[in-house]
Design a protein around this ligand. Structure first.
Ligand code: C2E
Ligand code: MG
Ligand code: MG
Length: 410
């Protein structure tokens, strides 16, 4: 929020926001990772105040505290229903819209209209089918769920309104809730998505969440996807949908509509899978001579001097065999290959070292990070034979466990 506006002022401004018609709904598209198409969107509240667009984090907490969120939430739901009706009437290619629901909206007091009745009334008011809206509930909201809330969620689900669990992984998850509530979607929190390409632990958490969700028949949505590398990783680990700045920021209704009309999508390359080799060495001359040597065997060869970039390349490309130098200033080869092992366990990894590095080779072997090591200077034919074997090893591994998630062979 700009300037030093104090709390009472903000509160009073917020109280009048609705009648002054200062509230807006922006829409952020959700993309299906299997076909690249927009399949849904999330409605995100904005407050046009004093010439600035105020973001939810700057006013939602206050709205929650003061109870204003209840009225605002009702307005958002009504506005989304109205907008959906308008899009349908004008023949705009329509998608489902997810609406965020706050604690307060589920904890209506006895005198208030409960959420299922409210949804029903707002849908009926514009004669809209329930399948055009979804509700997003946070983990913490579900955790505090008394029996009455579970009944409400059941009622919503029975009415045809799908439910999503939002920001998954950030609250205290009681996995029991996942089995008891009528959920359709699980949204992986941005904090995990952020580091999936570079941090083995984030990658492991994302993989595990996707596996868990799929075994519970939930559709998984990754939030906050900002790079092609993150997108590539998510696709590899079979995430279903994504939402994030990489594809689009939240947009005003007219701009989102233009996107739907234009049929914007993400290219999904199901290109021919060729044998791809990644070479990582901080010395460009070594990359060059390795490339010259191995090119004649018909591999698709990727090179980089920076292991971090290497990690990104692995998310974007289908790489089967990796050769990495050990001594690199930005990240040691053993550390790089260890991370690769965690994030892309099926890859076949080799290390190229000088004799002086035997300690780190031993360490890498013992951690299962490498399959073979080679010494500098190398013997051309031997190196070519090893790389060939590496690709064969990859095929064997895939044959043994297909797309298994948890096996991590060296
Ligand atoms: P959320 O429901 O988890 O919504 C996703 C947030 O992540 C949005 O922030 C969105 O703009 C942001 N985001 C999406 N992609 C990216 C990305 O690639 N990078 C980054 N850095 N951020 C990304 P926003 O719009 O500021 O909303 C914040 C939170 O405010 C929402 O989190 C939601 O909890 C709450 N909120 C928004 N609208 C409403 C509403 O109508 N009702 C209620 N109760 N809460 C709302
Ligand atoms: Mg949300
Ligand atoms: Mg979220």
């Amino acid at each position: 929020m700009r300037g030093a506006i104090d709390r009472p002022q903000l509160e009073s401004a917020l109280r009048h926001a609705q009648e002054r018609k200062e509230l807006r709904v922006h829409y952020q598209p959700r993309v299906d990772l299997h076909n690249g198409q927009i399949v849904a969107a999330e409605a995100l509240l904005r407050w046009q105040h004093d010439g600035a667009l105020v973001q939810p984090n700057d006013f939602i907490p206050l709205a929650e505290e003061t109870g204003l969120i209840q009225r605002m939430g009702t307005w958002v739901l009504g506005e989304v229903c109205r907008q959906q009706r308008d899009w349908l009437d004008r023949g705009v290619p329509n998608v489902t819209i997810g609406v965020n629901v706050s604690q307060r909206q589920l904890r209506a007091r006895a005198a208030d209209e409960e959420l299922p009745a409210l949804c029903r009334r707002l849908l009926d008011a514009v004669d809209l089918d329930a399948r055009w809206i979804e509700l997003e509930l946070t983990e913490s909201l579900l955790m505090e769920t008394p029996e009455r809330t579970i009944a409400q969620l059941q009622e919503l689900n029975d009415a045809g309104i799908k439910l999503a669990i939002d920001d998954f992984g950030t609250g205290y998850s009681s996995l029991a809730y996942l089995t008891q509530l009528p959920l359709s979607y699980l949204k992986i929190d941005r904090s995990f998505v952020n580091h999936v390409c570079t941090e083995p632990n984030s990658a492991a958490v994302a993989r595990a969440i996707i596996g868990l969700a799929h075994s519970l028949r939930l559709t998984v949505i990754a939030e906050g996807v900002e790079t092609a590398a993150q997108l590539g990783f998510l696709r590899k680990v079979d995430c279903d949908e994504m939402q994030g700045f990489y594809f689009s920021r939240p947009l005003p209704a007219d701009q989102f509509e233009a996107m739907l009309v234009a049929g914007e999508s993400i290219a999904v390359s199901a290109g021919p899978s060729t044998e791809t080799l990644l070479l990582v060495d901080d010395e460009v001359s070594i990359l060059r001579s390795l490339t010259r040597l191995l090119r004649r065997d018909g591999y698709n060869i990727l090179t980089t001097t920076d292991p971090r970039e290497g990690l990104e390349m692995l998310s974007i490309n289908d790489v089967q065999v990796i050769i990495s130098d050990q001594r690199m200033p930005l990240m040691a080869g053993s550390e790089f290959l260890h991370r690769v092992r965690e994030i892309h366990p099926d890859t076949v990894r080799m290390m190229l070292t000088g004799y002086a590095d035997l300690e780190s080779v031993k360490d890498a072997i013992n951690r299962g990070a490498i399959w073979r090591y080679l010494t500098k200077p190398w013997e051309g034919d031997e190196l070519r034979r090893l790389v060939r074997e590496g690709f064969r090893e990859y095929v064997l591994r895939r044959g043994n466990h297909g797309n298994a998630i948890s096996t991590t062979p060296a």
